[in-house]
Design a protein around this ligand. Structure first.
Ligand code: UDX
Length: 445
């Protein structure tokens, strides 16, 4: 099939590249000229394992092209995929201006029947709005479909090539059939449903996963009070197939480009219909508070933070990505800096993005993990990069000025700690707290 993908961001680029890998002829369109130039030079604007090799291979096979010309790219294709951004407005609502503009430009370019697919996460009813916008611009027949994307950053290629399921929301049986054919080599779990349910499946899935994370984080906070270990609790819970073992890792809360934005958007969507989504509001608030647990623990160890030097390992919202959007590291570092601490940070690949997108005055960027820990009053681990796991605790102990280690991602085990004198705090594992009687009282910040 001939496919045009509009928007070469995370979702659009990975989807387009994967469709070309499956043998389709793909054009990825983006209005940012510098990005398209980069891709045409074989460079990749995002860090995503495996992506660069697929781009190179499929460009060489002549199946993958990049362009800024939407009209010329839409006309030869049978399927047009909209994958532009839907950033949050200050109210939390999704900003649909990029979607609406794409719909209008597609409408103006229509030269024959096409299926217009939306992969961007959009509020319920948006695909119908897209249909109206396109229909105002053309008399050429077309169908619309919502095919939400569930890929995770860091494993985006793998997730796209091996999805748990494909959801196709459409009111056209023939479009449903063609899109089923397009995806059938990827999975046998293809769900064809109505458009509004497909739109809702995406929000409900992300909100549910965010709920699991906030739930286990609150269990971790209670474990700290009652002397249980959250990793053991999660392990024991995960065997129940109704619960499932994934997304039960306690830590400093979720971040990234999807969960924070989509939970807020769903609260707004419900609110517009006069429905108060209390559960999801609590999930968001728990997530916000969880970030500050790191600060509470630092304060309980060091007292006043003014003039104290705090080392930070990890700026990305999770490992294997250079994405810092809504990274917990930002709020934690900003709070430390407001409290007068000197903050030194290291991340294997996300430092440049952090420097450009997160405005924290006075933050010192370090070249390596040792430099961030060196002579610091405490070290905080905020992203569970494999590189950090490989560093012996005895090295950390010898680099720090005071032996305080706050592990926001529970990356160390008891046996590793036994060999050191480090004072160690992790999340929801009070049995592993060393040199400390109890955690700071849970003050809301
Ligand atoms: C998420 C969804 O998983 C994906 O289906 C959707 O399409 C986009 O949003 P992503 O944001 O790439 O993907 O990352 P994910 O791996 O889901 O992690 C999100 C956040 O949750 C990270 O900050 C991560 O550290 C945190 N997390 C995840 C936890 O704190 N605990 C867990 O058990 C799992």
């Amino acid at each position: 099939m001939k496919i045009t993908v509009i928007g070469a961001g995370y979702v659009g680029l990975v989807s387009g590249v994967c469709f070309s890998e499956l043998g389709h002829e793909v054009i990825c369109v983006d209005h940012i000229e510098a990005k398209v130039d980069m891709l045409n030079r074989g460079e990749v604007p995002i860090y995503e394992p495996g992506l660069q090799a697929l781009i190179k291979a499929n460009r060489e096979r002549g199946r993958l092209r990049f362009s800024t010309d939407l009209r010329a790219s839409v006309q030869p294709s049978d399927i047009i995929i909209i994958a532009v951004g839907t950033p949050s407005l200050p109210s939390g609502q999704a900003n649909l201006s990029f979607i609406e503009q794409a719909a209008q430009e597609i409408g103006q370019a229509m030269n024959g029947y096409k299926i217009i697919v939306t992969k961007s996460t959009v509020p319920v009813g948006t695909n119908e709005r897209i249909r109206d916008i396109v229909a105002k611009c053309t008399n050429v027949p077309f169908d619309i479909a919502s095919v939400p994307e569930f890929l995770r950053e860091g494993t985006a290629v793998q997730d796209t090539m091996n999805p748990d399921r494909i959801v196709i929301g459409t009111d056209s049986p023939s479009a449903g059939q063609q899109l089923t054919t397009l995806h059938q080599s990827l999975t046998s779990n293809i769900i064809v449903t109505d458009i509004r349910s497909a739109e809702m499946i995406k929000y409900a899935s992300n909100a549910f996963l965010a709920t699991k994370i906030s739930f286990i984080n609150e269990i971790a906070n209670i474990c700290e009070k009652v002397g249980a270990d959250v990793t053991k609790v999660a392990y024991g819970m995960g065997f129940d197939q109704r619960i499932g073992a994934s997304f039960l890792k306690a830590g400093i809360g979720y971040g990234g480009s999807c969960f924070p934005k989509d939970t807020q958007a769903l609260i707004q969507i419900a609110g517009q219909m006069d429905y108060d989504f209390k559960l999801l509001k609590s999930v968001v608030e728990v997530n916000r508070q969880q970030r500050y647990n790191v600060i509470r623990k630092l304060v309980s160890l060091l007292g006043q933070l003014t003039g104290k030097t705090i080392g930070i390992w990890g700026l990305a919202f999770k490992p294997e990505t250079d994405d810092v959007r809504d990274s917990p590291a930002y709020e934690i570092i900003a709070a430390l800096s407001d409290m007068g601490a000197v903050v030194k940070a290291y991340d294997p690949i996300a430092a440049d993005n952090f420097r450009h997108h997160c405005d924290v005055s006075g933050l010192i960027y370090c070249e390596n993990a040792r430099e961030a820990a060196w002579q610091s009053d405490a070290l905080c681990i905020l992203t569970e990069w494999e590189e950090f796991r490989q560093i012996p605790l005895s090295d950390i102990e010898s680099w720090l000025k005071s032996p305080y280690l706050i592990d926001g991602r529970n990356i160390y085990e008891e046996e590793q700690l036994a060999e050191t004198q480090l004072v160690y705090y992790s999340v929801g594992r009070p049995g592993m707290n060393r040199g400390v009687k109890e955690t700071a009282p849970f003050i809301m910040l």
